[in-house]
Design a protein around this ligand. Structure first.
Ligand SMILES: CC(C)(COP(=O)(O)OP(=O)(O)OC[C@H]1O[C@@H](n2cnc3c(N)ncnc32)[C@H](O)[C@@H]1OP(=O)(O)O)[C@@H](O)C(=O)NCCC(=O)NCCS
Length: 250
């Protein structure tokens, strides 16, 4: 299970089948991914069933994107080549697009795969013209390589030209530092100190005494941090701080 405090990526469950089957009726999912067409509930059941066992899951690690309601909102999967590389694929339910779900989910999976699972490179291919997918890959840090791969993707209607991109650990780090620069510009130096103290679990009183300022001033800083990070709680602000690299790893 992977989470950034806003979304959770979890393993598929048999209770997700109806939601997945309904979501995969979407014309863009049918155009740009390899789902069978027509797609029925049995296709969803077979797919989910193939991920239930550990061996099935590790053969092609697959996460379902969920938020507080724990329902299927999308999928991210990796297809490993068994020699340090894997190709990533993703989709988001039509009604939930444009919320940053794919970008956040792909970032979580790539971070896990390159840092913890030990992949050396993650590759991405998309049918030429799939701008939304390319925007997600670019935001995460993938290096888009041109020219196109001629007939680089096999689809149900034959082969199509493809865009290709790759991501290494250093690409991911570069993209994260770029984002951290953009983000930290929004927090003052004092707010960054307060956020770091919040990450230790310190109370406002403890932060005030550590930084030599009044408890009321700390309260104002905390309020401003929550606003700037668009967080509803201290826990969420700290989670975003980790995710956005505003906080140093211990
Ligand atoms: C690609 C897909 C997963 C994106 O999901 P999403 O949750 O909407 O993605 P996000 O909200 O994280 O980001 C979408 C990005 O695409 C951009 N975008 C969306 N539609 C676009 C379009 N038609 N043209 C150009 N950019 C577009 C958004 O502006 C955003 O970019 P930004 O962050 O730079 O502003 C979703 O559109 C989808 O499921 N498509 C069908 C399946 C598919 O194509 N999968 C990928 C196969 S390689």
């Amino acid at each position: 299970m992977l989470s950034d405090g806003n979304i959770t990526l979890r393993r598929p469950r048999s209770s997700d089948a109806a939601e997945v089957a309904a979501g995969c009726q979407d014309p863009l999912i049918q155009q740009y991914t390899q789902v069978p067409v027509p797609y029925g509930i049995d296709d969803a059941r077979v797919f989910i069933h193939s991920k239930v066992t550990d061996s099935g899951w590790w053969a092609e690690p697959t996460w379902f994107i969920t938020d507080g309601a724990d329902q299927w909102l999308g999928t991210v999967s990796l297809r490993p080549d068994g020699a340090g590389s894997a190709e990533i694929g993703y989709m988001v339910q039509a009604g939930h697009r444009g919320r940053g779900l794919a970008t956040a989910a792909v970032r979580l999976v790539c971070t896990w795969a390159l840092r913890q699972w030990g992949l050396e490179v993650i590759t991405w291919r998309a049918v030429v013209g799939n701008d939304a997918s390319a925007a997600v890959a670019k935001s995460v840090g993938f290096r888009i390589i041109t020219p196109v791969l001629r007939l680089g993707i096999a689809g149900r209607d034959g082969r199509q030209d493809a865009w290709f991109a790759d991501l290494t650990h250093s690409d991911l780090q570069r993209a994260n530092s770029r984002r951290a620069g953009e983000w930290s510009a929004g927090l003052t130096a004092r707010e960054s100190q307060v956020l770091a103290a919040m990450a230790d679990g310190s109370s406002n009183r403890a932060i005030a005494s550590r930084l030599g300022i009044s408890e009321n001033t700390v309260k104002n800083h905390v309020r401003s941090i929550l606003e700037k990070l668009q967080a509803r709680s201290r826990t969420e602000a700290v989670a975003k701080g980790w995710n956005e690299r505003l906080l140093e790893q211990p």
